[in-house]
Design a protein around this ligand. Structure first.
Ligand code: PLP
Length: 358
């Protein structure tokens, strides 16, 4: 073979490692912010009945009006805003950044540590990514953010609200200042909205450059891959051109419509998770050598001495969480645990107590 991958890919791409998804076979899986609750049997029956109307021989409806109406209702999307659908919000990030390819000096900005896909996708697309460090308490460094906005004049700023992996909600006034000061778009990524007490959805009309991104993944539909962006129709009309026309498949559309009609069940599950988050946080607070951080999401970030060893000890006890120590910086010695069922949380705490007592 004379033509090799080395001749095809940029050196940065060859140096990349594929997104690591560790095997969780047989383990208590608390690493990926999934909703731990399965559907009741009666609901599964009703869902399968609903799916009977699927026509797999036909392409899905690219406009998906029924689904969009259900999402609008569920998420309180204001009337003046439109909706763009993505195969997960990951795909929406990709669509947003795709629009910048080939534009000179198109910087993308986010505070860090944050959701890694903003930087990752920017890098794939060869865009300039500016990461502005959060303060040591994981809040926005207002002055540093505003200075970076003035200096780099970013086309897009991503703010995860609540932030992943830190779990906190950034200060509202600082966000408003950033939105006003940014010459480009500001995307509020509200992936954890079902667990937070606050949203920017109802403020879209207040700012011409504000977009709000949501996903059904953390609510309890991670397997469907459905995310959406809400914002001013003038903007969404342009991004719509970069969306692959059939990105939301027939089964996802029908399943999401069905699930959104079962709002009460999801409200029960998410309120259970919010309550269990507080219990978990209290219990973590009682452990010596563990510092846990406040969370408005369905996970908790905590710092433990010898995080790598603690992570491995948990895994040996059948508990999979996320080790953030390799990221370094502010995340040194940090681990992230997803809130599971009460039984899973107890098993995690028992394993953690054993690990830190070592
Ligand atoms: C999980 C997560 C997403 C990705 O959501 P998908 O819709 O599953 O692609 C986006 N943003 C943040 C901050 C997340 O934590």
């Amino acid at each position: 073979m004379t033509f090799k991958p080395q001749d095809f890919f940029r050196p940065e791409m060859l140096a990349e490692t594929a997104y690591p998804v560790p095997s969780a076979a047989g383990m208590i899986k608390l690493d990926a912010m999934e909703n731990p609750y399965d559907w009741p049997e009666t609901m599964i029956q009703a869902w399968l009945d609903h799916l009977r109307r699927a026509r797999p021989n036909r392409y899905p409806d690219p406009k998906a009006p029924t689904l969009k109406a259900a999402l609008r209702d569920y998420a309180g999307v204001p009337e003046e805003a439109d909706i763009l659908l993505g195969n997960g919000s990951d795909e929406i990030i990709q669509i947003l950044l795709l629009a910048l390819v080939g534009q000179p000096q198109a910087a993308v900005m986010a505070p860090e540590p944050t959701f890694v896909m903003y930087r990752q996708i920017a890098r794939w697309l060869n865009l300039d990514f500016i990461g502005v460090p959060l303060k040591s308490d994981f809040h926005l460094d207002r002055d540093a953010m505003l200075a970076a906005v003035d200096r780099h004049r970013p086309k897009v700023v991503f703010l995860a609200y609540p932030n992943n992996p830190t779990g906190n909600l950034f200060d509202e006034n600082t966000i408003s200042e950033i939105i006003r000061r940014t010459p480009g778009l500001v995307v509020l990524d509200e992936a954890y909205a079902p667990f937070a007490r606050s949203t920017w959805m109802d403020r879209i009309g207040e700012f011409s450059n504000l977009l709000v991104m949501r996903t059904l993944s953390k609510l309890g539909l991670a397997g469907l891959r459905l995310g959406f962006l809400a914002g001013n129709p003038e903007w969404l009309e342009q991004f719509e051109k970069l969306r692959l026309p059939y990105n939301i498949n027939v089964l996802t559309q029908l399943t999401a419509e069905f699930a959104l009609s079962q709002g009460e069940l999801f409200e029960q599950q998410t309120s259970r998770i919010r309550i269990d988050r507080e219990t978990l946080s209290t219990e973590l607070g009682k452990l010596p050598c563990v510092e846990s951080f406040p969370s408005a999401a369905n996970f908790i970030l905590f710092r433990a001495a010898e995080a790598d060893r603690v992570f491995t000890a948990l895994r040996q006890q059948g508990i999979l969480i996320k080790n953030l120590n390799p990221a370094g910086g502010l995340l040194r010695d940090c681990l992230r645990v997803t809130v599971g069922t009460p039984e899973e949380n107890r098993a995690f705490l028992a394993a953690l107590r054993a690990a830190v007592a070592h």
